[in-house]
Design a protein around this ligand. Structure first.
Ligand SMILES: Cc1ncc(COP(=O)(O)O)c(C=O)c1O
Length: 417
């Protein structure tokens, strides 16, 4: 595949799409480690008839996680969403919790599902995490916690959120679904707040098919989370609190353990793709790649392209249309923002007015495919298409205006995660 450098080569002008259907590029194609080891593990679990209920793989995974994350306690759960809920219940959260709207909707839904109201605060333009000053202003008598999100693996301003929480007697919970293997400065990401929740969904850098974990330095909280994760059972017949089925299965733990064994390879592939994108897009006016703050350690798992329309001559949705025509399914994460999704949009239809930074980011950012399913030459091809589109911005705009209705492009079938 030669890189596209001329406008007429672009699929929107009738050129052949850069990728066939079978080779199409997606955001979040799963990383898969050593399949044989995975299957051996699962076969062993079946042989032993140990399929779930705090089995040996779950325990081994929790042990590995405490080492890797550098926290004393990790509680494996069935998903990141359940992790947020089990942590929230274990921390006694209720009333209102302050969260960013610039996140996957699970962050808000996890709370709402439990009868806790997510109150959306704006993000700061550098970290793209909850702005501590905005959070402070939203505290009311009903607030029980702040829930910060390390969006796309970029640490939020945890130290300041921690002091707001301490000042106001609130809990601090952190959603690190994107931030496995990331650090804040030199400090491992899970060493902040009351608890940090990871997702091991198939799209994440480390995956368990579906899964998650709660990491904490608080022994009592970890013990409580273990009860809540298992219906509140403290013994065979003794239920001591309201719990849920939040457990991780042995098959999922086997997948996570296998995935962890290849973590270095996954990190290297992400780093390589990011470097290809960065070098190939360098100097292109109005187009930049987001990176975390200097000194923060990053997993490079989410490559976020930011388009400045007046400078690039194209807006984010133009670039999206150009890429989708090439079968490069870049994604508008997390468009249109939780505050514009139900049930939150009906509750506060004008929330966007008090979330200007969130709105700006949501309108300008596009996530590009990466991970082990994307080769460096694929990333180079994607970057060349973005460059060619921007260089021929005016022709691209005219072509898309003629071709497209106002509707957003149709969503393709999600990748087979
Ligand atoms: C920021 C964020 N929080 C929470 C979740 C929920 O995790 P899970 O899908 O494992 O339930 C996700 C999942 O993709 C996420 O991106």
């Amino acid at each position: 595949m030669s890189e596209k450098t001329r406008a007429e080569q672009l699929a929107i002008f009738g050129g052949t799409p850069a990728f066939s259907e079978a080779d199409s590029l997606h955001v979040g194609r799963p990383n898969v480690g050593d399949t044989k080891r995975l299957l051996d593990r699962i076969a062993g679990a079946i042989e032993q008839r140990r399929l779930t209920n705090d089995g040996p793989f779950v325990r081994e995974l929790e042990r590995r996680l405490t080492e890797i994350l550098d926290v004393p306690y990790c509680v494996a759960v069935g998903s990141g969403t359940l992790g947020l809920q089990v942590a929230a219940r274990s921390l006694g959260l209720q009333g209102e919790v302050i969260v960013p709207s610039l996140t996957f909707v699970a962050t808000a839904h996890a709370l709402e599902w439990m009868g806790i109201r997510p109150v959306f605060g704006d993000v700061d333009p550098d970290s793209l995490g909850l702005d501590p000053r905005a959070a402070m202003k939203l505290v009311t008598a009903r607030t029980s916690a702040i829930l910060g999100v390390h969006l796309w693996g970029r640490p939020c301003r945890v130290e300041e959120l921690q002091s707001v929480a301490a000042d106001r007697g609130l809990r601090l919970l952190l959603d690190a679904a994107h931030a496995f293997a990331c650090t804040r400065g030199a400090v491992p990401i899970a060493r902040f707040g009351d608890a940090t929740v990871f997702s091991f969904h198939a799209t994440k850098i480390v995956n368990a098919f579906e899964g998650g974990a709660i990491a904490t330095r608080d022994a009592e909280l970890a013990a409580r989370a273990r009860l809540v994760r298992n219906f509140g059972f403290a013994g065979y017949d003794e239920v001591v609190c309201l719990g849920i089925n939040g457990k991780m299965s042995e098959a999922s733990a086997a997948m996570a353990l296998t995935s962890l064994e290849s973590l270095d390879e996954f990190l290297a592939a992400n780093r390589r793709n990011y470097d290809v994108y960065r070098e190939a897009l360098a100097g292109l006016p109005g187009v930049g790649l987001l990176a975390p703050g200097t000194g923060d350690g990053w997993n490079h798992h989410y490559v976020a392209l930011e388009i400045d329309p007046p400078v690039a001559g194209l807006d984010r949705d133009h670039v999206l249309s150009v890429l989708w025509a090439e079968r490069i399914f870049a994604r508008r994460y997390f468009h249109p923002g939780c505050h514009r999704m139900e049930p939150y949009a009906s509750r506060e239809p004008d929330a966007g007015r008090r979330l200007p930074v969130t709105e700006r980011v949501l309108a300008r950012v596009l996530l590009l495919p990466t991970g082990t399913a994307v080769r460096s030459r694929d990333a180079a091809a994607v970057a060349a298409i973005v460059r060619t589109a921007v260089v021929h911005a005016s022709a691209v705009r005219t072509r898309l205006a003629a071709a497209r209705s106002d509707a957003a492009p149709e969503t393709p079938a999600p990748p087979s995660t």
